[in-house]
Design a protein around this ligand. Structure first.
Ligand SMILES: Cc1ncc(COP(=O)(O)O)c(C=O)c1O
Length: 415
């Protein structure tokens, strides 16, 4: 296991005190062992308090008011946008659109950019490891417009097959969409390389950062991607808000996604004109307090340092994989630890993942069981479901031990 640099080490004991829920017992004497952060992370007091403070002292609707509270709320909302935009290296906060979540951000690109640029005979290239959020919006649009969707395959060790990907790019897809980190396999895709290849083939690139942005430094300028989507709730922030980063020229050309207040310049009985970025894509009252919480979450993880978070998680996943491999009957999916984030999907002999999750829950160990919104990937793996343990900045090696002990409970039940 790699030795952490002293200045790159998280003080997990101190971090855990920031998360009130981690002090909870699932039942008497059974502490919570939360290994489900890939579904949604827990929230530190800093985020919870930023939102309640905002509601208690500054809350009003944004943008439309002249009174003091409206101005303060607008300043808080726009300051959150600046933080989130800076966090992913966007040139300007105008290129950072607040959405409801990563899913809505992909739908925005599909229905706005896609509808304006795709037609019958075109191709869109995705990968076999996508979450339903980066498959279904394209399938819905393809059913309407008639374009073809291709899926770049994986290698035997569940990494993207770059050779096949390169060959599929030769077919001239107009858009290439892929996840930076698989929510099942944990695979971290080589985004800069894949983007360079896609641009070389003339495609626009959309990266699903739902699993990567919370866990590692992601910079849109360095990666040169055209669109990046992510959700606050997986990165210590609240539910109900996510983000779309877009290249300015593309966003400027794209038609609005939804109509209503905020996205217009002028409305007449028979027509309307559209306002500027980012409001053009933010119809209606936005998630204001959630934006404040999103900003506080970005502050929280930035203060810890993304390299330190990544380092901690790398140690966690190396350890988890080592220990899981020793449990007889466990089969792990995904590449070796150095190519993946802190996600371990596995099966255990013939035990159904739902039974595994239920037995682990008796020990307070929260894992996810099922297809993890990646049914086509599971079909490819020849499995109906897996059990998934996922780790974040607050997890400890003792919690990995609890997971392993729980798996021996499962083996006893199914012996
Ligand atoms: C890789 C990936 N993409 C997209 C999503 C969708 O995120 P949300 O449900 O927040 O829109 C998820 C959520 O699990 C995910 O893991």
């Amino acid at each position: 296991m790699a030795t952490p640099q002293t200045n790159n080490t998280l003080d997990v004991g101190a971090i855990r005190k920031d998360f009130p829920i981690l002090g909870r017992e699932i039942k008497e004497g059974v502490p919570l062992v939360y290994l489900d952060s890939a579904a949604s992370s827990q929230k530190p007091s800093q985020v919870i308090h930023a939102m309640s403070r905002f509601y208690e002292t500054e809350y009003a609707n944004v943008h439309r008011g002249i009174h003091t509270l409206a101005e303060e709320a607008t300043a808080a909302f726009e300051s959150a946008r600046e933080k989130v935009a800076r966090f992913v290296g966007a040139e300007s906060p105008r290129q950072l659109i607040f959405t409801r979540n990563a899913t809505e951000a992909i739908n925005l690109v599909a229905h706005s950019w896609g509808r304006a640029n795709l037609q019958d005979g075109d191709r869109v290239l995705l990968t076999q490891m996508e979450h339903h959020s980066n498959i279904v919006p394209w399938q819905m649009l393809a059913a309407e417009l008639g374009f073809t969707i291709d899926y770049a395959p994986m290698t035997e060790d569940h990494r993207i097959d770059l050779e096949r990907y390169g060959q599929m790019l030769e077919q001239g897809p107009k858009l290439v969409g892929f996840t930076q980190m698989s929510n099942v396999l944990g695979t971290i895709n080589p985004v800069a390389r894949m983007t360079e290849m896609a641009h070389g083939a003339g495609a626009v690139v959309l990266v699903d950062g739902a699993q990567s942005v919370p866990h590692m430094a992601v910079n849109v300028a360095e990666l040169d991607v055209d669109f990046l989507v992510f959700s606050a709730h997986k990165m210590c922030g609240p539910t109900g808000i996510g983000a779309l980063y877009g290249r300015r020229e593309l966003l400027e050309e794209m038609p609005p996604f939804m109509g209503g207040g905020e996205m217009i310049k002028r409305v007449q009985f028979d027509s309307f004109t559209v306002t500027e970025l980012p409001s053009k894509f933010e119809a209606g009252t936005p998630p204001i307090a959630q934006a404040v919480g999103f900003g506080a979450a970005v502050d929280y993880i930035s203060n810890l340092g993304m390299p330190a978070i990544r380092q901690h998680e790398q140690e966690m996943i190396e350890r988890a994989l080592d220990q899981l491999e020793e449990v007889p009957g466990v089969r792990i999916y995904g590449p070796a630890a150095e190519h993946k984030g802190a996600v371990a999907a596995f099966t255990l002999s013939d035990a159904h993942p739902h039974d595994i999750a239920e037995i682990l829950d008796r020990r307070g160990v929260a894992v996810r069981a099922g297809h993890h919104c990646a049914m086509p990937l599971h079909e490819k793996l020849g499995l109906p479901a897996t059990t998934r343990a996922s780790f974040y900045l607050y997890n400890t090696s003792d919690e990995i031990d609890s997971l392993i002990e729980g798996l021996y409970d499962v083996k006893k039940v199914f012996a």
